[in-house]
Design a protein around this ligand. Structure first.
Ligand SMILES: [Zn+2]
Length: 418
């Protein structure tokens, strides 16, 4: 039945375009949606009526029109659906609850020891966070669509479910659906830099750009590339491992097992280790060491200032390689270290990027800070289930009486366990 498959695809595409526009724009009208999505008024009306029927969209009121019927103002129903996003940064996991308007309602952050952390430990922390959300926000959790996980490492997507290859954590290959089994909550996952990219592309500094590079600079370094309006995946999903591009031969050893990686030169630990070569690594875990380092820079400690200036130069060189390879319109610098570096040396970093790039793409690129701050990765992770809701692959459960058909959950396809 090729014909019905095609019209179903078309309906889903129309739904996705209209619904996405509504989530992005906040308040709008049917006429504005028709213009923005390039659709007929009748098509928009059909999609909007479906979304109103699902309790996801509502008419907010009416404004008078010249000589015609009043015009309905439309908006998403923030409480119509909820999503959870998790940001696993190796040394912590932050789990955040958002509504359909992507407003954050709660957050649980658990500190972890990177040397001993396992997938099971992270999954247990997430389960506890969901339990807390259920206890504190029972109404919101009744319309939970799913959870998205931003994970360090390569996330491959297969028919049997996603698999994580976290080489820098020295984890075995990890079947995500099995380890992060959260009962009837649908689970989605992607690499942490890709979830940052999705968030910045939807709502942040890469919004409106079809050609952008979003870089995540923290203890580790990663990137996501918007290419032709979509996140570049590569053959199996590992595209974006920019932190492990080599910038020196026989350079410092990297968590990945190789040497001379960009991350081994200007990742958070690498910078602090240069500044405090004799201190135990435990003295500068997480953001703690970098904040001490930047405090020394602020006090004009000449060695700290020189290391920072060197690091900006090296990071600029690494970004210039991206400019020459990808010809991006925008480079968005994010991650907890990236945000700090942009705040103290943004202009210098941009100058370094231009000085190492070919002249023509250097004229065309902007280097800008990420806009979503601390919530960026969790927001991008939460967008993984939200995109499925928008595309019609998932439905929002309704907070209705038990036995009501509207409470039936979306069927999950899970591999049977041994
Ligand atoms: Zn490496």
């Amino acid at each position: 039945m090729a014909h019905s498959a095609t019209s179903k695809d078309l309906r889903q595409r129309n739904r996705a375009a209209v619904f996405r526009r509504m989530v992005l724009d906040g308040e709008t009208t049917r006429a504005d949606l028709a213009t923005a999505c390039g659709m007929s008024a009748a098509t928009v009306t059909n999609v909007v009526n479906d979304l109103i029927g699902e309790g996801l969209v509502t008419e907010l009121g009416f404004v008078p029109s010249v000589g015609g019927r009043p015009i309905a103002r439309l908006g998403v129903v923030p409480d119509g659906a909820h999503v959870v996003g998790a940001d696993f940064g190796e040394e912590w996991v932050a789990v955040k609850l958002f509504d359909l308007a992507l407003r954050r309602h709660d957050e649980v952050r658990v500190e972890l020891d990177r040397r001993t952390v396992t997938g099971e430990v992270v999954a247990a922390a997430i389960r506890r966070a969901l339990d807390r959300f259920r206890a504190v926000h029972p109404q919101r959790m009744a319309s939970l669509v799913g959870i998205g996980l931003g994970l360090p490492g390569i996330v491959e997507h297969h028919a049997g479910g996603p698999t994580l290859f976290a080489q820098t954590l020295r984890w075995r290959q990890l079947p995500i659906a099995e380890v992060f089994d959260l009962g009837d909550v649908p689970v989605f996952a992607d690499n942490v830099a890709k979830t940052l990219t999705i968030a910045e592309h939807w709502l942040g500094a890469a919004r409106g750009s079809d050609e952008a590079a979003v870089v995540l600079v923290g203890r580790g370094i990663g990137a996501g590339f918007i290419n032709g309006g979509r996140v570049l995946q590569g053959l199996s999903g590992s595209a974006g491992e920019w932190g492990h591009t080599k910038i020196s031969i026989g350079g410092p050893s990297c968590q990945c097992g190789s040497r001379g990686c960009l991350e081994a030169h200007v990742g958070g630990d690498a910078i602090v280790r240069r500044w405090l070569p004799d201190e135990d690594e435990l003295a500068f875990t997480g953001t703690h060491g970098v904040d001490r380092f930047l405090a020394a820079v602020a006090d004009d400690d000449p060695r700290a200032v020189r290391i920072l200036d060197d690091s900006i130069e090296v990071l600029g060189l690494g970004l210039a390689n991206l400019v020459n390879m990808l010809n991006p319109e925008r480079i968005v610098v994010g991650g907890w270290l990236g945000q700090r570096l942009m705040a103290v040396r943004g202009a210098e970093l941009e100058r370094a990027v231009r000085s190492y790039s070919l002249a023509r793409p250097a004229q065309q690129v902007q280097v800008v800070p990420c806009l979503l701050g601390e919530d960026a990765i969790a927001t991008g992770s939460a967008l993984l289930p939200l995109e499925r809701l928008i595309g019609g692959e998932l439905r929002a459960p309704r907070a209705a009486a038990p036995g009501d058909p509207a409470t039936a959950r979306v069927q999950r396809h899970r591999m049977p366990k041994d």
